[in-house]
Design a protein around this ligand. Structure first.
Ligand SMILES: [Fe+2]
Ligand SMILES: [Fe+2]
Length: 193
């Protein structure tokens, strides 16, 4: 499937606002890939498709979990915010014909991140946060660092997410905490260099 076909298919499966968000993330991901010498075409596809499972609904989500034998923990299962990135990887692979492991992994990890993210994973994680449709305060701070230090951006993003989840009384997935701690350790190593 070429990019044009992917866009047409995605447009049909997402709400208008989510589709616009996807295009915005794609554009941000391309800019970041150019700046950081990552694979621009992989960033383009991963950015476009990262939320391809966002609007599938609970029934379809459960059907796909059974179909693929997806193993999830309790925190993931009760949160569509977490499930859509996991299921998105399978939809990108089987419905959009993406067979590139780096792209699929960037989709899989785009919500929580993980320690030791690849450059492409970091780019999609941060691009999702800073696309022009996002306007909360921390986004402005992240944008200040986005062409300087992705790890600093990841720390700002995860700190903000964790504080938001605490304020709302929601659970925090350990991957989010691991991503945040990894960013702190990575930044502290950089200051010692
Ligand atoms: Fe997402
Ligand atoms: Fe997104």
């Amino acid at each position: 499937m070429d990019l044009k076909e992917m866009r047409a298919k995605l447009k049909k499966s997402l709400s208008e606002t989510r589709y616009i968000h996807s295009l915005n993330v794609m554009e941000e991901a391309v800019k970041l890939a150019v700046h950081y010498n990552a694979d621009v075409e992989k960033a383009r596809i991963a950015g476009l498709l990262h939320d391809c499972a966002k609007n599938i609904g609970k029934d379809e989500e459960e059907r796909l979990v059974r179909k693929y034998g997806i193993v999830t923990d309790d925190i993931q299962r009760q949160s569509s915010a977490l499930m859509h990135s996991i299921i998105g990887m399978y939809i990108a692979r089987d419905e959009y014909g993406v067979d590139d492991e780096e792209i699929l992994s960037a989709i899989y990890w785009h919500t929580t991140g993980r320690p030791g993210m690849t450059l492409l994973e970091k780019i999609i994680f941060v691009a999702d946060y800073i696309e022009p449709g996002r306007n909360f305060d921390v986004v402005k701070r992240v944008r200040e660092y986005v062409y300087e230090d992705l790890d600093r951006c990841i720390l700002l993003c995860t700190d903000s997410t964790i504080m938001y989840l605490i304020q709302k009384g929601k659970v925090i997935h350990p991957y989010t905490l691991d991503t945040r701690n990894d960013a702190v350790l990575t930044l502290s190593r950089k200051t010692f260099l």
